[in-house]
Design a protein around this ligand. Structure first.
Ligand SMILES: *[C@@H]1O[C@H](CO)[C@@H](O)[C@H](O)[C@H]1NC(C)=O
Ligand SMILES: *[C@@H]1O[C@H](CO)[C@@H](O)[C@H](O)[C@H]1NC(C)=O
Ligand SMILES: *[C@@H]1O[C@H](CO)[C@@H](O)[C@H](O)[C@H]1NC(C)=O
Ligand SMILES: *[C@@H]1O[C@H](CO)[C@@H](O)[C@H](O)[C@H]1NC(C)=O
Ligand SMILES: *[C@@H]1O[C@H](CO)[C@@H](O)[C@H](O)[C@H]1NC(C)=O
Ligand SMILES: *[C@@H]1O[C@H](CO)[C@@H](O)[C@H](O)[C@H]1NC(C)=O
Ligand SMILES: *[C@@H]1O[C@H](CO)[C@@H](O)[C@H](O)[C@H]1NC(C)=O
Ligand SMILES: *[C@@H]1O[C@H](CO)[C@@H](O)[C@H](O)[C@H]1NC(C)=O
Length: 258
């Protein structure tokens, strides 16, 4: 075999890989442009920097990976943005963190967020998001923060697979149904904040299995029954104060926006 016949296939492979990389990058750019196109109001002009004069990895609020130029974080916290969320965000397959906290984003959280299989943190607190919480979210999530929105419906049963979740904050929405007993299976939970919704029923015993729990907010709902003994077994005192305050005066004790 001469060196030529070896050289040619490996060069071909190299070019195919280059083309694939370029295609993925193009997909990320298209997704970011779709995100921008659905923001109707940007008083600080943040998205002006999102233009072709620079690679999208240098656009404001964007973080890319070191080895590859793929978007790993989208951070537009407190930018006074108005608009809604593009389903194209679901194409940013390297995304690990989305932070759009404290803006005025309306509409639903696109189901396509379920395609973000590397997503670890989703911060959408204090917007005007409506509709249901998407059932299908990355099992790598450690933080899901959706408080101060207009979300309705139940806590999806599919959340039972979010076994890495440390912080689940859903307070100040219009969620209904009960506090699902399966939350007691999310053994990494450190913060569970469900206050100021329309949850009914009783407080499941299973929450007493959450050995890592440091804060539990459930006030301002329509819960009945007593505090399960299992919960008193948890070692952190904060839980008691939040619980007792919330149950005695059915007032919501504010937990930070995390
Ligand atoms: C394009 O973005 C750069 C910063 O990345 C900015 O200086 C420039 O003004 C932008 N161009 C337009 C037309 O907004
Ligand atoms: C929320 O964003 C507004 C600007 O739209 C800002 O004035 C305010 O300080 C922010 N609040 C928090 C808690 O970050
Ligand atoms: C991105 O997402 C949209 C909508 O979810 C889809 O229609 C499109 O084909 C996807 N792919 C690319 C490469 O943009
Ligand atoms: C979540 O739904 C999306 C489509 O909406 C799908 O591509 C993805 O595979 C689903 N993920 C899981 C874990 O089911
Ligand atoms: C929520 O956002 C509004 C502005 O959009 C701001 O005035 C308010 O302080 C924010 N609340 C919290 C708890 O951050
Ligand atoms: C929760 O965990 C227990 C075992 O600790 C298991 O028997 C039960 O089926 C789990 N519940 C769900 C909804 O997965
Ligand atoms: C609260 O729950 C009770 C039953 O426990 C029910 O009769 C009542 O209608 C509920 N109130 C609201 C506002 O949902
Ligand atoms: C409290 O913890 C002790 C020891 O860990 C255990 O034996 C007991 O069953 C627990 N009680 C409840 C109500 O979970």
């Amino acid at each position: 075999m001469n060196t030529h016949s070896l050289y040619f296939p490996s060069m071909l492979l190299f070019f195919i890989t280059l083309l694939q990389v370029a295609a993925f990058e193009e997909g990320d750019r298209a997704a970011l442009q779709a995100f921008k196109s659905m923001i109707s109001h940007d008083p600080q002009g943040i998205l002006n920097s999102w233009n072709d004069s620079r690679h999208f990895c240098e656009w404001e609020g964007i973080t890319c990976g070191r080895r590859h130029r793929r978007v790993t974080a989208l951070n537009m916290r407190s930018k006074a943005l108005r608009g809604s969320l593009s389903p194209y965000i679901g194409n940013l397959s390297f995304l690990r963190e989305i932070n759009l906290e404290n803006n005025t984003i309306q509409g639903e959280i696109p189901r396509e967020f379920g395609r973000l299989l590397r997503l670890e943190a989703l911060f959408l607190s204090n917007n005007s998001l409506a509709g249901k919480i998407p059932a299908n979210l990355s099992s790598r999530l450690t933080v899901l923060a959706l408080p101060y929105n207009k979300l309705v419906g139940r806590i999806p049963f599919e959340f039972v697979s979010l076994c890495k979740l440390k912080r689940l904050a859903l307070h100040r929405n219009s969620l209904t149904g009960g506090i699902p007993p399966f939350l007691g299976n999310l053994s990494s939970l450190e913060l569970l904040s469900l206050g100021a919704n329309s949850f009914g029923g009783n407080i499941p015993d299973s929450l007493g299995q959450l050995k890592e729990l440091e804060a539990l907010g459930i006030g301002g709902n329509n819960l009945s029954g007593t505090i399960p003994h299992s919960i008193y077994n948890l070692s952190f005192i904060e839980i008691f104060s939040v619980l007792v305050v919330s149950l005695r005066c059915t007032k919501f004790k504010t937990l930070p926006l995390i």
